[in-house]
Design a protein around this ligand. Structure first.
Ligand code: SAH
Ligand code: CA
Length: 238
């Protein structure tokens, strides 16, 4: 039995998830309810050398709940990879819903595409093979797009998170939600710099700066959630 650490900073909390707890959560509440198409896509992704980048299924479950609570119809996804969060969104929004999804890596998207097709939800997806920033800027050229999106999931290059945020604060409606993934960056945000591998240092600093800025941003209410690699969920309020 793994030890569950009891933090001193806030007593009634289990510090993040031990591996055993995560397994318990996934086995009990997540995998038994995961759509077959998502399971198949997840298994196909596991064979990819970067398969670990796929969205965490427990986060996927929370994301689906948020989409349902919002009655989300129009969404944005930045960072598709093989499409776990994309398929999840497509399965969750109504039949006439639309996702504008951006990723320069079409090859990875094509790994997930057969499962998206099999699930019969491809018509809800507008995949744009591109870096996200120019696409978001293009959307903003049409005033009709301002405040027209219900939800956005950002799961891509951390150096652009604040650039995405500035654009999303115009594209997503007041009351809509923007969720940012990997905000705990493998836990490195709480480690001293010298304990962090070189490969993770740059995005650790970017994550620290982004998390601090978003925590101070009065345009949003936030929930900083220790699920997957850390997600900051923002609700636009102004
Ligand atoms: N949400 C995905 C995981 C995304 S992994 C899932 O559920 O599986 C991160 C992805 O971001 C990679 O596929 C990478 O190609 C993409 N990416 C990196 N830089 C990007 C950029 N500037 N714009 C859009 N996508 C980007
Ligand atoms: Ca991610």
């Amino acid at each position: 039995m793994e030890n569950i650490s009891k933090p001193t900073v806030f007593p009634n909390t289990v510090i993040l998830q031990s591996e055993g707890l995560l397994k318990y959560i996934l086995d009990t509440g997540v995998f038994p309810r995961e759509a077959e198409a998502l399971k198949e896509l997840r298994n196909a992704t596991a064979k990819h050398p970067l398969g670990f980048m796929g969205a965490a299924p427990d986060w996927g479950q929370l994301m689906a709940l948020l989409l349902k609570l919002l009655n989300a119809k129009k969404t944005i996804e930045v960072g598709v990879f093989t499409g776990y969060s994309l398929l999840l969104t497509a399965l969750t929004i109504p039949d006439d819903g639309k996702i504008i999804a951006m990723d320069p890596d079409r090859k990875a998207y094509e790994i997930g595409l057969p499962f998206i097709r099999k699930a019969g939800v491809e018509h809800k997806i507008d995949f744009i093979e591109s870096l996200a920033l120019p696409v978001l800027d293009k959307l903003l050229e049409d005033a009709a797009n301002e405040g027209s999106f219900d939800f956005a999931f950002i799961d891509a290059d951390k150096n652009n998170y604040w650039n995405y945020h500035e654009r999303l604060m115009r594209l997503v409606k007041i009351g809509g939600i923007v969720a940012y993934d990997n905000t705990l960056w493998g836990g490195t945000v709480a480690l001293p710099e010298k304990a962090v591998s070189n490969a993770k240092q740059e995005w650790r600093l970017l994550s620290l700066a982004f998390n601090e800025s978003i925590s101070k941003d009065c345009r949003v209410e936030i929930a900083f959630v220790s699920i997957g690699d850390g997600v900051i969920i923002c609700r636009r309020i102004s």
